[in-house]
Design a binder for this molecule. Structure first.
Ligand code: CA
Length: 713
């Protein structure tokens, strides 16, 4: 399962570089004849991991590196080698690629940076000039999780739905294709993957009402080769294939009017051993299944892992993790391939810890469920019935009365941060989330179809603060938490758990040095003993970070990580992150043994809150303003006006902003900064009512900051 030698690596990476650090026995430097391999690649093989050339390092996306210079014995000597400040101040979720002395990393707005891996010097920058108005078409900030590399090209999916191939040497555009309908709320945040001579890309948008799909494009020309929809369209239009016809039997009502969902917004994996492409499919659109498919049904292929033929996009098998998905329980999370011995038999498995809280081990040739157990705190299902492969839901699972809590929350027990595997310890490391959510139905907006700046999840307000939950452990009684755990995928149980920390995101890296790294717990990059979980080193990063990678140059091993606070915690999770007061520091940090570099100091925000004008609205107008605000504005600007710090806190709006309020909300004068016009949804009275609600809350906050002035009044 490790990196594949020789011919296969030429096929996968399209090795056209003859100056590789490690000599690689490629068959040819011209495009390889990848359709007819000479011999199947060995099941388990390893190259010296000097590069990190695939998203998950190896074809199984195990995120395990054979480098062992940094080890349990010396990791305490790890220090900063260099850092590079990215040019934006939004979320960063990228896994960097490292190829022959160059780091290719994405920041927000799908910008690609090529950095000298020795020094951090910028070699080139590609800015795809994403239309900022697309911010209103995405759920979770203008993030990007990385590039793919093949045939001398760096390939990035852009937030406005394009797939762009760049010359790896100079960043010049080779081709640039639109993969989505720009009039619909599709966005791309995931990293493309390479499957032989094709690049695979999906998209997001199921919170705003779209039909999900995954597509394959020619690496050479950017021409689309095939597209596979993940949910059926309107049967009256005919079905694209037999898989869609079969799926339509599991839907009811007029689901296509809602989009249906099933977006492939993160994980796809190509398996060269079995020549299968695995696709992780997202949640329903809307979330609430009783609106989407009122007569019930499993709603294939929502929340499923689907195996396709990479050459044609033809359906092979599927496994649905959450039939009748209604909680935003995506199965888009990291899929990892490995060879495991189960019940005395070697099995080729696919492992996933999707949002719904169960850890699944599937036979990846057939999709057969081998085992599934809870890795998180789960109350929607008691267990997975191994005879049917289906979850057994609890009686309260679909009670949405505003009081019953759903566990995990819509953020999941595990979200996009990648896992890692240590083949020696036999452990999978999972960054987990531990908090619930409360849904209320029916929504006031049950007839409202999707649109810009408006979720159509089909539930009303989800409480801003987590309710206290007795009998579910001390952790859940108090705060939004995350916890890094080491999971034994054969015995299906945790081997060790790190102490929980503030809820955050951060992927995992596993190395032959017996270490596992992750960014967690209040902005630390941490190194644990892979076998025992003993914490061996921590380095301050100052921000929530993505997934670390490792590489070697000139005989030295480096650990690299990209960071930048934002993403879901800065948008939907604003009320949670508001209290953290995290300042965005978008940065690439690279560590090595004996590193002594100092990162630039954090920016200090010295601004004072302007004194707001008096409220002139009556109680009825204020109440209307609050409702309309939460329907159209709260998603980005925060529940109760509490933002995560990436979008403006409207309570701090200046007098000038209040003066041109109508021009901003209805006229769209700030569209170039991502604040689109809401004239399709709001009129002048609505906009003014929102302004009055903002003023009321601004005065409340100002009073808290200046109690002496309140007393004087
Ligand atoms: Ca979702």
């Amino acid at each position: 399962m490790r990196i594949i030698l020789g011919f296969a690596i030429a096929a996968l990476l399209g090795c056209s570089k003859e100056t590789s650090q490690e000599p690689v026995p490629v068959a040819s430097t011209s495009p390889p004849a990848i359709e007819t391999p000479i011999a199947p690649p060995p099941a388990v093989s390893r190259l010296p991991d000097t590069n990190w050339a695939l998203h998950g390092n190896d074809t199984g996306e195990q995120r395990y590196s054979g480098l062992d210079q940094i080890s349990r014995d010396n990791v305490d000597e790890l220090g900063l080698a260099w850092s590079f400040d990215l040019y934006t101040r939004r979320g960063v979720e990228a896994t960097p690629l490292v190829i022959d002395g160059v780091i290719y990393v994405t920041g927000s707005w799908s910008m690609v940076y090529a950095l000298d891996a020795r020094t951090g010097e910028l070699k080139w920058l590609f800015d795809p000039q994403v239309d900022r108005a697309f911010l209103a078409k995405g759920c979770c900030d203008a993030v990007n999780r990385g590039v793919a590399y093949a045939q001398g090209k760096i390939i990035v999916g852009t937030y406005d739905g394009r797939l762009v191939a760049l010359n790896a040497d100079d960043g010049e555009v080779v081709w640039d294709v639109q993969t989505t309908d720009r009039d619909k709320p599709y966005t791309i945040t995931g990293a493309p993957r390479i499957a032989k001579d094709k690049v695979i890309i999906g998209n997001g948008g199921a919170e705003l009402g779209v039909r999900g799909y995954v597509s394959a494009y020619s690496i050479v020309s950017g021409e689309m080769i095939w597209r596979f929809y993940t949910v059926p369209g309107n049967p009256a239009d005919g079905f694209e294939n037999a898989a869609m016809e079969a799926a339509a039997k599991t839907w009811t009502g007029q689901w296509w009017e809602w989009g249906g969902g099933g977006t492939v917004w993160d994980s796809t994996v190509y398996d060269p051993e079995l020549d299968l492409l695995y696709v992780g499919v997202g949640n329903g659109s809307p979330w609430n299944a009783s609106l989407r498919s009122p007569g019930g049904g499993d709603n294939l292929y929502l929340s499923s892992i689907v195996a396709l033929r990479p050459d044609t996009g033809e359906y092979v098998w599927h496994y649905q993790t959450t039939p009748g998905e209604t909680w935003d329980y995506t199965a888009t999370q990291h899929m990892m391939l490995a060879d495991l011995e189960i019940d005395g038999k070697p099995r080729k498995v696919l492992m996933q810890a999707p949002k719904n809280g169960f850890f699944y081990v599937l036979d990846r040739a057939t999709g057969e469920l081998l085992s599934a157990e809870k890795f998180g705190v789960v109350n929607w299902a008691s267990h997975i019935d191994m005879a049917t492969g289906r979850p057994v839901e609890t009686p309260q699972a679909r009670v949405f009365d505003g009081k019953n809590v759903s566990l995990p929350s819509n953020a999941g027990a595990h979200n996009w941060p990648p896992m890692a595997f240590n083949p020696d310890a036999g452990l999978v490391y999972i960054p987990t989330l531990l908090f619930p959510v409360t849904f209320l139905e029916p929504t006031q907006d049950k007839d409202m179809k999707p649109g810009q700046g408006k979720w159509n999840v089909g539930f009303d307000r989800m409480g801003g603060s987590p309710p206290k939950i007795p009998n579910l452990g001390d952790i859940l009684d108090t705060q939004f938490f995350s916890q890094f755990i080491a999971w034994d995928p054969i015995r299906q149980e945790a081997r060790w758990k790190a102490p929980p920390g503030r809820a955050g995101m951060g992927g995992a890296l596993s190395t032959a040095g017996g270490l596992v790294f992750t960014a967690a717990r209040d902005d630390q990059l941490l190194a644990y003993d892979a076998a025992t979980g003993e914490e061996l080193w921590s380095g301050y990063t100052g921000n929530l970070a993505a997934a670390p990678v490792t590489y070697a140059l000139d005989g030295e091993q480096f650990i690299a990580i990209a960071q930048g606070f934002g993403g879901g915690f800065a948008a939907e999770g604003g009320p949670v992150a508001h209290d953290w007061q995290v300042q965005n520091m978008s940065r690439v940090m690279v560590f090595k043994l004996g590193g002594t570099a100092e990162p630039p100091p954090p920016r200090v925000d010295t601004r004072e809150m302007p004194q707001p004008a008096a409220v002139t609205a009556d109680a009825a107008e204020l109440a209307h303003g609050e409702v309309v605000y939460h329907r159209h504005c709260g998603y980005c600007h925060g529940d109760g006006l509490r933002t995560g710090g990436v979008t403006p806190d409207l309570r701090w709006s200046s007098a000038q902003v209040h003066e041109i309020w109508q021009d901003i909300v209805l006229g769209g004068v700030l569209e170039a900064r991502g604040m689109v016009s809401f004239s399709d949804y709001l009129n002048a009275d609505d906009a003014e009512a929102i302004r009055q609600y903002v003023l009321a809350e601004a005065n409340r906050l100002y009073g808290e900051k200046h109690p002496e002035q309140v007393e004087m009044q």
